[in-house]
Every structure is written in C-alpha cells, then in structure tokens.
Design a protein around this ligand. Sequence first.
Ligand code: BGC
Ligand code: ZN
Length: 375
Amino acid sequence: MEMMQKTTMKALAVLPGVADSARIVETETPSVDEVPNGRGVLVKVLRVGIDGTDKEINAAEYGAAPEGFDFLIIGHEGFGIVEEVGENVSGLKKGDYVVATVRRPGTSIYDQIGTNDMTTDDTYFERGINLRHGFLAEYYVDDEEFVVKVPEGLKEVGVLLEPTTVVEKGVAQAFEIQRRLRVWKPKKAAVLGAGTIGLLATLILRLKGIEVVTFGLQQRPFLNSELVEAIGARYESTRERSVIDFAEDVGGFDIVFEATGYSPIVFDAMQALAKNGVLVLSSVTGGSRTVEVPADRINLDFVLGNKVMVGTVNANREYFEVGVKDLSQAALEYPGWLERLLTHPVKGLENYEQLFEKLTNGQGVIKVFCEVNDH
Ligand code: BGC
Ligand code: ZN
C-alpha cells in the first residue's frame, strides 16, 4: 500500500476522569479504509446536539476513552453529509445527509442480532459516550450498517433524530408489549417532562392521534408549553396539579412516558395509569435519591389493573428509520415546529465553552447544538 500523508482535524474531547477537561484536540482525520470490507462511510459533520449526558461526561461522572487514546471525542447526536464511501457501500453516496447510531455491538445475543440497544453486557460501546469516539469533530467514519440516510427536506432538523430515536424506541416497546391486549387502542397519554425528550414524545404520540397531556414544572405560558399546545396537546404544570390528581379526573392514562430526570415522579406515574396501562421510563438518573411510597396501594392497582412498566435506553437502527419517517410526517403536519426546538446554536467547535454554558444557564433552552461545518 502506498503511504499517504495523514491529515489532521479538530475535535472536541474530554480526558475521562478529569472534571471540566473539555478541550479542542488535533487528531488524525479518519479514513474510509479504517472500516473493513470496503464498508466505510466518511461523514463531514454539520451539526451536533448536546444534552445532559455530555454534561455528565465533562463532569467526569461517566465516559471512557477508546483503547489507545487518553481522550474521548464527545457528541452522540450527530448530523452530517457523506464525503466519501468505501467500494462496497451500496446504500449511501457522497452528498447524502446522514445520522449515525450511537451504540456499537458488544457480545450478548442481543448484540449479535442487531439489537445492541438491548444488550445485557455490562460494558456499553457508545460513540461519544463510552469507549468510542463521538461526532463533535470535523469528520467521522463508520460502517454503513450504522449510518442512516436523512432526506434533504429534513436537513435543518436532522440533528434532532438521535433524541427522537430514544422516544421511538420507548413508544415502540410500549406498543410491542401491549400486543398482549389483542385490541389495545390507547386514547389518553401523559408525558412527564417538557424538555427535548418530553416534547419529542408529545409529538410522536400526537402523530399517532393520541390525546396527550404533557406535564412540566414551569407554569404556562412559555416556549415549551406553547410548543405542546401547538401540536394539539395539553400542558399542565405539576406546581398546579399533580399527575395523580389529573389522572383521577380523566380516569387514568393508557400510556405514560416519563422523561423528567426526577425519579420520585415514577411512583406518581404508576398511580396515574389506567387499567391495562403501560408506563415507559426513560430518565437516566445517576443520583441516589430515596422516597417513601404507598407500596400496598401501588402494588394492588398494578396487580388488579394488569399494568406494565418498562425501562428503555438507547435505540438501534430500526428506530432511526422510524424516526426519519416520523420527523418527515411532523414536518408536513406541523411545519416549522421542529425548527423551534433548535433554540441555542453555537457556531464552531472552538466555541465549545458556550455549549456547556448554554446547556447549564441558557434562557429558554430546548436544544443546544454546535454548527461544526458549514454546507
Ligand atoms: C443517549 C443514548 C445512550 C444513553 C446512555 C443518552 O443520552 O441518547 O443513546 O444510550 O445516553 O448512555
Ligand atoms: Zn443523548
């Protein structure tokens, strides 16, 4: 093989284990040949969203560097454009807009059948999170298997796909579980939390024609409550009325999607379910909170009401594909709505301090994202 001169690129990385270590690193630009069998896809990164996971990684609460590196390139909510493909890539070409999935296969049976999101392994391989570099870089390379095409019409909002997939997986799991009921047709849903995930969950449930009540702390009106109402859902502040009180009035919810990050509300959610209802838990709560609950009553209602509770994390390719369809439907049904979630852009990797600053202290923050390259 001919020796080529390696070029370098800029990336945003942390030193895992060192708090507030986010910095720009100069590292080798990846090449399509790094992926075996000619299946490599080189992606020029356009936008990358950040969230609580990135904050935790920069606080050294989580995250590990890939083998052979002392730094971890962060960012798992990517959006980019294909720059080059290997000779055996068939479904993607230069110029396609794409988003890559986050988790890579481990060794469990679930990993072997393409459902890495259901792994039973203790070690997660997640781009931008654990043991695999992420997308806050000028370029990344991945196997075609993990790179999902996004239609050009979604290029302004494609950065929302990864968070959407977390919702898609949770909702799909709920429907899958409810096949036990033969004729389940959910009419009423509650979404707990009105942040990015809560808003996207409201959207996905509304696209299914379900009546949705979204609960947040803050009192209406504000941007998030307006976004909820703009898609025909109802916003309620838990400062005014608890989820349980509300459920008593409407006779309980067929589906509850929890996305507040506040674990005690889970026990309220359990009590807000209708008979045969399903509760989906999606908050990654790293704390050590404890709480006292009416255990007998909750248990009794679960037993007598045939209720279900399911945890959900991450998403595999299947949910990225459903996410693309739903974002397209949303763009048609609620034009301009997804764009309103993109509240806090930061131009250029070098301004990374603003990413964390906006995520922590920004006014009216829904999605903070970095504009890495122009296109
Ligand atoms: C990501 C998931 C990931 C999870 C736990 C979330 O922020 O969106 O893909 O699995 O963090 O690490
Ligand atoms: Zn995330």
